[in-house]
Design a protein around this ligand. Structure first.
Ligand SMILES: O=C(O)CCC(=O)C(=O)O
Ligand SMILES: [Fe+2]
Length: 337
């Protein structure tokens, strides 16, 4: 029997409602390629409504093949099954640019709680050579990935997923541009070396006697413009605007898309970046791929021009994509907890 809409208590000190992801819309992305502007505008309108009311939606017909996703999942599962010492060979603290293996307990997404996150992850981004000019000038977001040696197919599988997502991100930005009443190609010149990161995440099953302090990933908001998430099991929850934590169940053939803090800021808080967390209450291991999308490092706004014109002010001071992300990543990954 479905628990839909019921309140449940699980573990120590947590209650939430089940199954309300029915309220999170499924948006058919095939229309982004339509030759008919009215179709593309209808898509943009649905995105705007979801971004304004929920901050989360599902994207169907996104164009990334099952094979690309399956290969990435198989390779990451093989990596996370390796012995701890093998995984530590590519630990992220050895990388000056936020790449590599993040072990259980290494980060603390919910800075207001005492516990750290239980999940493990690999962080990667565009794989640039160590002769890249931005890397050489000390950018913390450009340069080479650190790839694991095992499994040998990891590099190809994850790089392929990352590149496919980068292209999806470009199309998403054209839809977001229409949703913001901007020119459809507004983001095109601002997305040449975009600050996109991929986190391949592994969540062990949560101890049945789990404590609110120690979750798969603690409650947090994403830093960037938007995020795409693929997951093989339930576990993601979002704090809805009405104050309940609701489950965002994975739906076959879709990605979950959520708005990040930089988008909220550049829209004068019209688009919502909502707190979310992961609790793996399944009996099996959970794997997910979360890719975060920014624009180029130096792109700077106080608010998008159409927002500023409509509201006759920008709510926040101007900030560049690079400065914003650098500050947030630094706090989450490198400060003592
Ligand atoms: O694993 C998930 O479903 C979401 C992960 C997430 O929220 C993140 O990495 O920021
Ligand atoms: Fe997140």
């Amino acid at each position: 029997m479905s628990d839909h809409g019921k309140w449940v208590s699980r573990g120590k000190g947590i209650r939430f409602r089940v199954g309300l992801s029915d309220n999170v819309p499924v948006i058919d992305f095939s229309r982004v390629l339509s030759g008919d502007l009215a179709e593309r505008k209808a898509l943009a309108k649905e995105i705007r409504e979801a971004a304004t009311n929920v901050g989360f939606f599902y994207l169907s017909n996104h164009g990334i093949s099952e094979t690309i996703i399956d290969n990435a999942k198989a390779a990451m599962a093989a990596f996370f099954d390796l012995p701890h010492d093998e995984k530590m060979k590519i630990h992220y603290k050895n990388s000056p640019i936020h790449r590599g293996y993040v072990g259980a307990g290494n980060i603390k997404s919910d800075r207001e709680k005492r516990g750290t996150d239980m999940h493990e992850a690999i962080e990667l981004a565009e794989d640039l050579p160590d002769t890249d000019p931005d890397y050489l000038r000390g950018s913390k977001f450009h340069g080479p990935n650190i790839w694991p040696e095992k499994p040998p197919e990891f590099r190809d599988a994850l790089a392929t997923y990352f590149e496919a997502q980068l292209e999806l991100g470009r199309r998403m930005l054209s839809a977001f541009a229409l949703a913001l009443d901007l020119d459809e190609d507004f983001f095109e010149p601002l997305y040449t070396r975009p600050m996109s990161r991929l986190r391949a995440c592994f969540y062990p099953p949560q101890d049945p006697d789990w404590d609110i302090k120690q979750l798969g990933i603690g409650a947090h908001k994403d830093f960037e413009i938007f995020t795409t998430v693929w997951a093989d099991q339930p576990g993601l929850q979002v704090l809805a605007t009405h104050g309940d934590w609701i489950d965002i169940q994975p739906k076959a053939g879709t990605f979950v898309i959520n708005i990040g803090d930089l988008m909220q800021r550049w829209t004068n808080d019209i688009f919502l970046s909502r707190p979310h967390r992961v609790i793996n209450l399944n009996t099996e291991k959970r794997y997910s791929l979360a890719q975060f999308f920014g624009v180029d490092y130096d792109v700077e706004f106080d608010a998008f021009p159409t927002i500023k014109a409509a509201e006759q002010r920008a709510k926040y001071p101007s900030i560049s994509c690079g400065a914003h992300i650098e500050e947030r990543v630094g706090k989450a990954y490198y400060s003592e907890t």
